[in-house]
Ligand binder design. Structure first.
Ligand SMILES: C[C@H](O)[C@H](O)[C@@H](O)C(=O)CO
Ligand SMILES: [Mn+2]
Length: 414
């Protein structure tokens, strides 16, 4: 039964022409892809952890997952506290090596079958990523654009295999897998030659993407700068936007990968003019691409407003990309995913028809007034109703469950 608070909220939104029931139904249909790498600080199961390659997890909060079983247990806990039906986003470095370890250019579906089975059991779709970092052959700061053809070939083979694996994940789970290519390639200081690495990357990507697979959605992820690639990133925005448009694949927009004064929200309708679909990496950069846990902040709200206002929900794949090792990792997943969902729900509760009418009539005064007025509508009651209907904890009560889990499970990990 709906709460009396929700009934009041429903009336309040109805006064603005908003049907909260339709918004709740729409939210329930939007999956968020939870990134496995928040659970263990991007460590993976190859044994070497996060080394080299342009990303960095900071913090040493106790209790990180050390094995596949622990990571799955933590993910299941987080998912039980997040309303809705979601997906898992897996990196290749999280392969199941129980049958024997292989290098990345020899990975096969068999190394991910237990993940596919786990996702099936938990009703999750599965997305995938080649891992082109934290590997001796990535230590030069170059992978797919490496000047050594043998090293380039290694990474081409890895990415090619990841697409085969992703397609099989999509086939078995009956929901296409988004396979996103991000590479750390770039230089710390000013390069003498910006052109040659980009030519090599272009040719390498053409090899990676040369085979068509069903049940697979290819995505490429650009970046402004990274650790060790402060002066030059081979896979820049212009590079990948051109590549995605030319090949009609997905462009990944990571909220931390632009200059801090740029609006990622503003890019969505531009990019979707030219590519069929996009992948979002919802993140929170603090001064730089720091990958802080997503919160209900203005940039996140603006991104979701654009997705909803543009009618882009079916063409947008929403993934998370943060890794904070300084707080409870299960809580980090829950905070970031619930905040992303809240931003989406807020966008779905906008009186969009009224706002468009005012804009079309040139009444920009009323448009601004209305946008300000709806900020104080009783959003919280609609969110709580969503949590209740999805049988997940309302309010702050989920944190008690994380604390209990910490004391029962993760605190014993050393
Ligand atoms: C682990 C991810 O692939 C990585 O975070 C990438 O998506 C990225 O954003 C690198 O800055
Ligand atoms: Mn990213």
């Amino acid at each position: 039964m709906s709460s009396s608070l929700y009934s009041i909220a429903r009336e309040a939104y109805a006064a603005f022409g908003v049907d909260t029931e339709a918004s709740l139904a729409a939210l329930a249909r939007i999956p968020i892809s939870l990134h496995c790498w928040q659970g263990d600080d991007v460590g993976g199961f190859e044994g070497d952890g996060l080394t080299g390659g342009g990303i960095q997890a900071t913090g040493n909060y106790p209790g990180k997952a050390r094995t596949i079983d622990e990571l799955r247990q933590d993910l299941a806990k987080a998912l039980s506290l997040i309303p809705g039906s979601h997906r898992l986003n897996l990196h290749a470095s999280y392969a199941d090596f129980s049958g024997g370890k292989v290098d990345r250019d020899a990975l096969e579906v068999a190394h991910f079958q237990s993940w596919i089975d786990w996702c099936k059991t938990h009703g999750l779709g599965l997305d995938f990523n080649p891992t082109c970092f934290a590997h001796p052959l990535a230590n030069d700061g170059a992978t797919l654009s490496h000047q050594d053809p043998a090293i380039r070939a290694f990474w081409i083979e890895h990415a090619r295999r990841c697409r085969v694996i992703g397609a099989e994940m999509g086939r078995q789970l009956e929901t296409s897998s988004v396979v996103n290519v991000w590479i750390p390639d770039g230089t710390k200081d000013l390069p003498a030659d910006r052109k040659a690495p980009r030519e090599r990357l272009h040719a390498a990507l053409d090899e990676v993407f040369s085979t068509r697979h069903d049940h697979l959605l290819d995505a490429v992820e650009p970046k402004l700068f990274g650790i060790g690639s402060e002066s030059y990133v081979v896979g820049s925005h212009e590079f990948y936007l051109g590549y995605a448009v030319k090949n009609q694949i997905l462009m990944c927009l990571d909220a931390g990968h632009f200059h801090p004064t740029e609006s990622v929200a503003d890019k969505i309708s531009s990019v979707l003019e030219y590519v069929p679909e996009i992948l979002l990496h919802v993140s929170r950069g603090v001064r730089w691409d720091s990958d802080h846990v997503v919160i209900l902040d203005d940039p996140t709200k603006a991104i979701m407003e654009e997705v909803v206002r543009g009618g882009f929900t079916a063409r947008t794949h929403i993934g998370l990309d943060f890794f904070d090792a300084s707080i409870n990792r299960v809580a980090a997943w829950v905070i970031g995913t619930r905040s992303t969902l809240k931003a989406l729900l807020m966008a779905l509760l906008e009186p969009s028809a009224q706002l468009r009418e005012l804009e079309a009539a040139g009444d920009n005064t009323s448009r601004l007034a209305l946008l300000e007025e709806i900020r104080t509508l009783p959003f919280g009651a609609v969110w709580e109703e969503f949590c209740t209907r999805q049988s997940t904890p309302t309010g702050f009560s989920w944190m008690g469950e994380v604390k209990q889990y910490e004391s029962d499970v993760t605190s014993a990990r050393r």
